[in-house]
Design a protein around this ligand. Sequence first.
Ligand code: NAG
Ligand code: NAG
Ligand code: NAG
Ligand code: NAG
Ligand code: NAG
Ligand code: NAG
Ligand code: NAG
Ligand code: NAG
Ligand code: NAG
Ligand code: NAG
Length: 300
Amino acid sequence: MKNIFLRATVIDILLWISLATLFSTSTTAGGATAKPGCESKCGELTVPYPFGIGLGTNCSIGTWFDVNCNTTFDPPKPFISTGNLEIIDISNDRLRIKNWVAAACYNQTGNRTRQNPVAINFTGTPYSFADTNKFTVVGCDDLALIRGSGGRNFTSGCLSLCSEREDLIDGFCTGIGCCQTSIPKGLTAFSSALGSLRNHTEVWSFDPCGYAFLGDEDVFKFRTSDFSDENFQNRTIENVPMVIDWVIGSQNCSEAKKSVEYACLQNSDCVDSDTGLGGYRCNCSTGYEGSPYLSPGCTG
Ligand SMILES: *[C@@H]1O[C@H](CO)[C@@H](O)[C@H](O)[C@H]1NC(C)=O
Ligand SMILES: *[C@@H]1O[C@H](CO)[C@@H](O)[C@H](O)[C@H]1NC(C)=O
Ligand SMILES: *[C@@H]1O[C@H](CO)[C@@H](O)[C@H](O)[C@H]1NC(C)=O
Ligand SMILES: *[C@@H]1O[C@H](CO)[C@@H](O)[C@H](O)[C@H]1NC(C)=O
Ligand SMILES: *[C@@H]1O[C@H](CO)[C@@H](O)[C@H](O)[C@H]1NC(C)=O
Ligand SMILES: *[C@@H]1O[C@H](CO)[C@@H](O)[C@H](O)[C@H]1NC(C)=O
Ligand SMILES: *[C@@H]1O[C@H](CO)[C@@H](O)[C@H](O)[C@H]1NC(C)=O
Ligand SMILES: *[C@@H]1O[C@H](CO)[C@@H](O)[C@H](O)[C@H]1NC(C)=O
Ligand SMILES: *[C@@H]1O[C@H](CO)[C@@H](O)[C@H](O)[C@H]1NC(C)=O
Ligand SMILES: *[C@@H]1O[C@H](CO)[C@@H](O)[C@H](O)[C@H]1NC(C)=O
């Protein structure tokens, strides 16, 4: 078991597999505004300041907040400037991005026929994984390790077993065919990879693959039909977002207020990030609305 883990993690750290993305399913943040003179929409996604559309266009508050709107796709797809992560939604404290799902599949004799570990690294950016994400493993003969870092190093894992399809219970991710574990606040990087105890040889007839992903706990619902669903990986990529916390800078409010770059304008409050990594966000004060980051600030 240890060997599977070790080998899987080495491979895993070496590979940064990006999964191809499908069609875009974006939602809009109501009342949000872009910087004047800047595009406000990429495809279906409304991009409010401090984010801005275009790399190096000065439409965002800083290069990490530039949204790479790729018009090769129709409709265009918005990506985080750090790389190949597609944005689904931007709210005033979080991003939702399209998932990356690790998978391992076996044939009837237990040879691995497919494998893609996943790793994402936000170290040095304003982003971290929100603790509303759970590390989730789906399969009947699967174990997955997640290794990450942020404030401190983090390693955890999940074991998901079952012997018959009849063991599975719809809606319950409690270790029988589905396992979930928490991640710490302020996780900035993670890698995950799958191993198997018996290479699915005893469950292959109804479950040839295992999957692992980090995703919004509130959105993922385990279904016993997931095992026979060849489209499980793609469906999860499409439907279960990763939730990302974003912050301005790395100073807390009391430090930032002394700086010329302090971002919260009139009638707004500074809110310290609770990730333990520093940084803050601005929020319109009670009774005011608008963008706390754009002149003249929030209005009554
Ligand atoms: C970017 O915009 C800011 C105002 O938001 C302005 O002060 C600055 O000069 C602009 N920089 C460039 C390179 O256009
Ligand atoms: C847009 O996406 C296409 C297809 O994935 C890729 O080849 C191209 O480099 C992307 N363009 C930008 C500006 O990221
Ligand atoms: C499983 O894969 C191995 C290696 O690719 C192959 O030798 C074997 O015949 C396959 N078994 C079945 C039942 O397809
Ligand atoms: C497939 O499995 C057989 C029996 O377990 C093994 O002898 C063979 O080396 C495997 N092939 C690959 C490509 O892993
Ligand atoms: C993540 O990126 C940072 C900075 O680029 C680097 O120092 C660190 O080693 C990376 N972490 C992992 C797990 O790859
Ligand atoms: C985390 O692990 C890396 C190597 O895996 C090590 O270099 C680093 O010092 C560790 N950080 C902490 C805070 O333990
Ligand atoms: C599972 O598959 C891996 C890679 O194909 C192989 O190294 C390992 O020996 C297999 N384990 C079992 C129990 O068949
Ligand atoms: C999943 O998506 C990929 C990339 O778009 C596609 O190549 C593949 O055929 C899809 N798989 C299924 C089972 O639909
Ligand atoms: C803000 O950061 C400074 C410098 O790191 C620290 O001394 C201060 O206690 C922090 N304030 C709060 C409210 O966390
Ligand atoms: C931000 O403001 C809204 C509306 O006034 C309020 O509901 C919310 O709790 C505030 N958020 C924080 C983190 O203070």
